[in-house]
Design a protein around this ligand. Structure first.
Ligand SMILES: NC(=O)c1ccc[n+]([C@@H]2O[C@H](COP(=O)([O-])OP(=O)(O)OC[C@H]3O[C@@H](n4cnc5c(N)ncnc54)[C@H](O)[C@@H]3O)[C@@H](O)[C@H]2O)c1
Length: 325
């Protein structure tokens, strides 16, 4: 049994990861300020488990860290301000929270504790625009911020700085790390702002005509259980120490048009489609090269897109019904 600190533990990935870590027999301390994560019934069930505790704290406040256990074996740093809406609404908040939280963590981190830092494919989105990224994309792609004045790049830039800070703090202070760059992770309890929940909820509301943005844009979606499996394997394998690793699913790339058809099939709903252009600034195609993840850990994604979309849809269907009562 290891003691593991999950920062951002009430959020989407943090919650599902914590459930996995508890099932693996670990003791888990969740930290969250509940700016996005919710103390919903599922979280309350998780924190009622004897191996789990919760600390409500703001990671941008350096005084918060004094209450965290220093005898932890692993830390997963998942806390961040994420999502296009936050980037558009308050880009300074994105930069401020995502950088301050990492810097205070790195000032505090106990020696001998291994750190997982959650980064993103958005850190290299500018490389597509500059025409220098190959698809599927491997870890050695240049991390390009194409326009430093554009709010769109605040999230990617904050994660790029986080990667640099983790790598050099680890060298200076002598702790191990894994930088995991997530690629389009989806599943239950991820909020309503991401494409699969958003399509699912509009299908449940029987929107007709059904708006679809950027049907030709292609993405490789990774179900949450595969993503948390990859994280757990990376932290357990010494070969992955001090590596940057792409986390995603390269086996079932799809475009937004086909994804929409799949969601509508699962919803048993057949509206006419109102095709709209893609949101400005979105990359046309994204697919990770996960050869490094496979080579280091033996990981293989297990959940098909149809299975994952069904499981996600069913969870949102229950959530949707609960909102109406
Ligand atoms: N979901 C994806 O597909 C994806 C893709 C790329 C990168 N990531 C990264 O993975 C991590 C987790 O993403 P997620 O989808 O679970 O997001 P999320 O928003 O669901 O979870 C982040 C959690 O951090 C918490 N938080 C934010 N600011 C905080 C602060 N100052 N102090 C304490 N807690 C704070 C929020 O309340 C939330 O519960 C993030 O760092 C994100 O950038 C996710």
């Amino acid at each position: 049994m290891q003691k593991i600190l999950v920062l951002g533990g009430a959020g989407f990935i943090g919650f599902h990861l914590s459930k996995r870590l508890v099932a693996e027999g670990h003791q888990v301390v969740l930290v969250d300020d509940f700016s996005r994560g919710q103390a919903d019934p599922e979280l309350r069930t998780l924190i009622a488990h004897p191996q789990v505790s919760l600390i409500q704290a703001d990671l941008t406040d350096p005084n918060s860290y004094a209450q965290f256990p220093r005898d932890c074996h692993q830390i997963y740093m998942l806390a961040a301000v994420v999502g296009v809406r936050n980037v558009e609404k308050d880009p300074f908040r994105v930069v401020r929270v995502n950088t301050l939280a990492v810097m205070h963590l790195l000032d505090w981190i106990p020696p001998g504790c291994k750190l997982f830092f959650a980064s993103t494919s958005e850190a290299y989105a500018g490389a597509f625009m500059a025409g220098i990224a190959h698809i599927p994309t491997a870890e050695d792609v240049p991390l390009v911020i194409q326009d430093v004045t554009s709010p769109r790049f605040t999230y990617g830039a904050s994660k790029l700085l986080g990667e640099v800070a983790v790598i050099h703090a680890a060298k200076a202070k002598g702790f191990g790390y894994v930088v995991g760059r997530f690629h389009n992770v989806y599943g239950p309890r991820m909020g309503a702002d991401h494409v699969i929940p958003e399509l699912s909820l509009r299908a449940m509301r029987r929107e007709n005509p059904f708006r679809v943005y950027g049907t030709d844009q292609s993405r490789a979606f990774c179900y949450i259980d595969d993503a948390t499996q990859a994280m757990s394997l990376l932290m357990a394998h010494a070969e992955a120490d001090n590596q940057i690793v792409h986390i995603g699913n390269d086996t079932e790339e799809t475009n937004i048009g086909d994804l929409t058809e799949l969601v509508l099939k699962v919803a048993n709903f057949h509206p006419s489609l109102d095709r709209q252009p893609a949101p400005s600034g979105a990359v046309n195609r994204r697919c990770p090269d996960i050869g490094k993840l496979r080579g280091l850990t033996g990981f293989e994604p297990k959940v098909s897109l149809e299975q994952g979309v069904r499981q996600t849809f069913e969870w949102y269907q229950q959530w949707f019904a609960a909102q109406k009562v």
